[in-house]
Design a protein around this ligand. Structure first.
Ligand code: 9D3
Length: 486
C-alpha cells in the first residue's frame, strides 16, 4: 500500500508516522508513505498557494493550480483513489478503512486555511472523509488517522496474534475491562472469576461487562446488538434451515439489513453475499423492494424459499445454482479425529489448493477465472481457516471455511480416498469451530450422496427444505463509494 499525502506540512505527517508499528511497516516496505508539499508546485513568486475567497468571507483558500500539479505529479497519468480530508466529509469508519485497504495506491489531500478551491476537488477527489464532529486546524492529523487505520489492515503490518484478535472483535459491543498483575493494587482486587480458570464463566462475565458498557456509552451500538440478538433468537425457531444466517450474525461476519420477526436479510461484505429468509410471498415482495432501494453490492443471494428466488429474479439479473441441503453439527461432544497430521495451511499451499479446488463445488454456473479462484483461496488461507491433511509429510487433502462461514472445499487426493481422511478433516474443522462456540455447518448439493452420507456419519443434522444460491450477473450498480450505514 502506497500513500501519497498532499499537504502544506509534509514534515508534520512524516514525523507522526515514522514511529511504532506504522514506522516499522514503512521500514519493512509493507507500506510506503510519500508526503508531497503542495507549495513545491506553486507557480507564483514567494511560494504563495492561497488567496481570498470570491464572494468574501473570513480566511484564505488554497488555490486550484498547485493542488492540481502536485496531484498530477503523484498520479502519473493514472486516476488513483483520492481522499480529501475535510470536516464536510463522510465520517470515517472501520468499514471505510477496510475498503480503502484494498487499494494499491491512495492519494490523501489535506486542507488547511479555510479549504481548497472547489474546482480542483471536483476533478481529482473520489472520496471526502471527516474524522468526526470537532474542529481541527487542518487535515494533517486526520490524514495520519486514516493512514494508521488503513495500514494496520495491510497483511504483515500487525503480528498474526493481534490481527486474529481484531477478527474476533466482539460483534457490535465495546470491549470488556482487563486486568494484569498484581492481583491487588490500591486495595482493588482483580474480579475473582478471571482467576477461576473456568473459561465459560469468564466468557459470560466478559460478555455481561461488554453489554453493560455498551448500553451505558453507546446506545446506538447497543440497539444494533439487541436487534441482532433478537433476530438470532427468532431464526432459531427453524435452526436447521437458518443456521447459516444465525452463524453469520453470531460470528460477527454479517450485518442485519432487515429484521422483522422471521423475515430477515443479512449481508456479508467481503463476498458481497446477501442471505434472505421470508415467511410469506407478501413478506418476500416487501423485502425485495427494500433491497432494491438500499441497493447494496451483491454478488450472491442465498435464499431459503423458492418464492424469494423468483421475486429476486424479477429485480436482478440472476443465475440460479442447484439447490443445497444444509447440515449442522449441534451435538455436545467434539468428534474424534482419526488422522494425526492436520494443520493450518499457509500461503505456500496456494498452488496445491488452486490445482485441486473444484470449481463446480463453488456453485458458479459461469466459469470462474483461475485468477478469481486463486484470489479467493488466498484470502481464505489468510483468514486462517484452511487446513490440510498430510500423509508422510506430503499434503493429501484439505478443507476450509467459506467467506460466509460454511465448511467446504473438502478435497482428498485420489490415492488416499476411502481411508477416512475426509471425515478426519471435517471432524477436525468441526472441533476447531466448536472451540469458538460456533455451530459448524455446511451446504451440500442434493445429489451429492457421498457428502450427504459423510454428514450423517459424523452426526450432523440435515435441513429439510433446500437452500438456493443465486449468482448475480455483472450487477455492481454502485451508488456511491461508501454505502450508507443501514
Ligand atoms: C473555522 C473554519 N471552518 C469555517 C466554516 C471550516 C474549517 C475548515 C478547515 C474547519 C476546520 C478545518 C480544518 N479541519 C480539517 O481539515 C479536517 C477535519 C476536522 O476539522 N475535523 C474532523 N475531521 C476533519 S478531516 C479534515
Amino acid at each position: 500500500m502506497k500513500f501519497h499525502i498532499l499537504t502544506l506540512f509534509p514534515e508534520m505527517v512524516l514525523q507522526g508516522l515514522h514511529t511504532s508499528i506504522i514506522g516499522r511497516a514503512a521500514e519493512k516496505g509493507l507500506i510506503g508513505i510519500d508526503a508531497v508539499n503542495i507549495r513545491d508546485y506553486t507557480q507564483e513568486r514567494h511560494g504563495r498557494v492561497d488567496d481570498y475567497p470570491y464572494g468574501g468571507g473570513a480566511g484564505m483558500l488554497i488555490q486550484a493550480q498547485p493542488v492540481y500539479d502536485a496531484y498530477q505529479a503523484v498520479a502519473a497519468g493514472g486516476k488513483p483513489r483520492t481522499v480529501y480530508m475535510t470536516p464536510q466529509g463522510t465520517p470515517f469508519t472501520q468499514k471505510m478503512a477496510e475498503e480503502l485497504a484494498k487499494e494499491e495506491e491512495l492519494v490523501i489531500l489535506c486542507g488547511h486555511y479555510e479549504g481548497i478551491d472547489e474546482r480542483v476537488l471536483e476533478e481529482i477527489v473520489t472520496d471526502r472523509v471527516s474524522i468526526g464532529d470537532y474542529v481541527l486546524t487542518g487535515g494533517e492529523l486526520p490524514a495520519m488517522v486514516l493512514v494508521d487505520a488503513v495500514s494496520r489492515l495491510v497483511p504483515g503490518v500487525l503480528s498474526n496474534e493481534s490481527s486474529a484478535e481484531t477478527e474476533s472483535f466482539y460483534n457490535d459491543l465495546l470491549e470488556y475491562p482487563q486486568y494484569s498483575r498484581p492481583e491487588i493494587w490500591h486495595e482493588k482486587k482483580v474480579p475473582s472469576v478471571l482467576l477461576s480458570g473456568n473459561h465459560r464463566d469468564i466468557a459470560k462475565w466478559r460478555l455481561a461487562r461488554s453489554e453493560e458498557r455498551t448500553a451505558a456509552v453507546r446506545p446506538d451500538l447497543y440497539a444494533k446488538y439487541r436487534q441482532k440478538q433478537w433476530t438470532i433468537a427468532r431464526l432459531s425457531n427453524r435452526k436447521r434451515e437458518h443456521i447459516h444466517m444465525m452463524e453469520l450474525l453470531r460470528r460477527g461476519n454479517g450485518e442485519l439489513l432487515y429484521g422483522k420477526g422471521e423475515n430477515v436479510i443479512a449481508y456479508e461484505r467481503t463476498g458481497e453475499i446477501c442471505l434472505m429468509t421470508a415467511v410469506s410471498p407478501q413478506d418476500g415482495e416487501k423485502m425485495v423492494r427494500f433491497l432494491g432501494e438500499l441497493n447494496p453490492r451483491i454478488s450472491w443471494f442465498v435464499v431459503c424459499q423458492e418464492f424469494l428466488a423468483k421475486q429476486l429474479g424479477e429485480m436482478f439479473p440472476l443465475r440460479a445454482c442447484e439447490p443445497c441441503i444444509q447440515a449442522c453439527y449441534t451435538r455436545r461432544e467434539p468428534l474424534p479425529v482419526r488422522h494425526g497430521d492436520i494443520r493450518p495451511l499457509g500461503e505456500e499451499a496456494l498452488e496445491y489448493l488452486c490445482a485441486h479446488y473444484c470449481q463446480e463445488d463453488s456453485g458458479a454456473t459461469q466459469e470462474i477465472s483461475l485468477e478469481d479462484s486463486r484470489e479467493y483461496l488466498s484470502e481464505r488461507v489468510r483468514s486462517g481457516w484452511m487446513f490440510g491433511a498430510y500423509v508422510e509429510g506430503k499434503l493429501a487433502g484439505f478443507i476450509g471455511l467459506h467467506d460466509e462461514g460454511s465448511m467446504g472445499m473438502l478435497y482428498v487426493e485420489e490415492t488416499f480416498r476411502g481411508r477416512g481422511l475426509g471425515a478426519a478433516l471435517e471432524s477436525y474443522l468441526i472441533n476447531r469451530l466448536r472451540e469458538r462456540d460456533w455451530t459448524p455447518f455446511c451446504q451440500i448439493y442434493q445429489d451429492n450422496s457421498v457428502s450427504l452420507a459423510l454428514q450423517e456419519k459424523l452426526g450432523l443434522y440435515l435441513s429439510g427444505p433446500v437452500i438456493r444460491w443465486l449468482e448475480v450477473r455483472d450487477c455492481h450498480l454502485e451508488v456511491c463509494r461508501f454505502q450508507a450505514d443501514r
